[in-house]
Design a binder for this molecule. Structure first.
Ligand SMILES: N[C@@H](CCC(=O)N[C@@H](CS)C(=O)NCC(=O)O)C(=O)O
Length: 207
């Protein structure tokens, strides 16, 4: 059996999915549902989360921050990543860490899952609005970095950009509240124009 990447429609697994398509890797994309007990994801990742990468020997790698570099390393020398020990590799991994910890876990999760932060339902709206304000500050940092450049590191599309696309798409749901982040809005257009992204989104939209 080939390596299998477990993904879900609209989820943060889009970044890894895009990397598989950018690199033309021999990795089977397996679309699953999350948050339902009968989902096959539970047999792969005990946390029930995507992305999860099941290797051909049965080993399962979870976490975007591990899966994205692992996939890129399946194509040695790819411009989507950078050589071990290089400054660019450090910068790409720095952004991936920021997206995983600060933007996803620290930002979106509190906006989307206030029940994880309080048992008091009356507190949910307050958690959502404060978290949204915090998230805005977090993504404004990315917006400032992107001003005047197309991609995050080295003037080319990398695995960090593949991952950032997830959050830039999610931000669009906030409409006007985030529309002043011009560099990020430009990034979203460049991201959505990529063939790999369009193919990944079309696959995810299929029934
Ligand atoms: N830290 C993990 C987060 C993964 C994660 O939260 N995935 C979400 C989709 S964006 C999921 O599968 N949620 C289902 C659930 O929590 O039950 C990573 O970066 O890979």
């Amino acid at each position: 059996m080939p390596h299998q990447l477990y993904i879900a429609s609209g989820a943060c697994s889009l970044g890894a999915h895009v990397v598989v398509r950018e690199l033309g890797l021999p990795v089977q994309i397996v679309k699953v549902k999350t948050r339902v007990p009968e989902s096959p994801i539970h047999a792969v990742n005990p946390l029930g989360r995507v992305p999860a990468l099941r290797l051909d020997d049965g080993t399962v790698i979870t976490e975007n921050s591990a899966i994205l570099p692992f996939l890129a390393d399946l194509a040695p020398g790819t411009p989507l990543f950078a050589p071990a020990g290089s400054v660019e590799r450090g910068l790409i991994q720095s952004w991936i860490g920021y997206f995983s910890a600060e933007v996803h876990a620290g930002g979106f999760r509190a906006v989307n899952r206030p029940e994880r932060y309080s048992r008091d339902e009356a507190a949910f709206d307050g958690i959502r609005s404060q978290s949204r304000a915090t998230l805005k500050q977090t993504v404004a940092h990315i917006d400032r970095h992107l001003a005047g450049q197309d991609w995050l590191v080295g003037g080319r599309f990398t695995i960090a950009d593949a991952y950032l696309g997830v959050f830039v798409r999610w931000i669009a749901r906030f409409g006007d509240a985030f529309s002043d982040l011009e560099a990020l809005n430009g990034f979203r257009e460049r991201y959505l124009a990529r063939e790999s992204v369009q193919a990944a989104l079309a696959f995810e939209a299929q029934e």
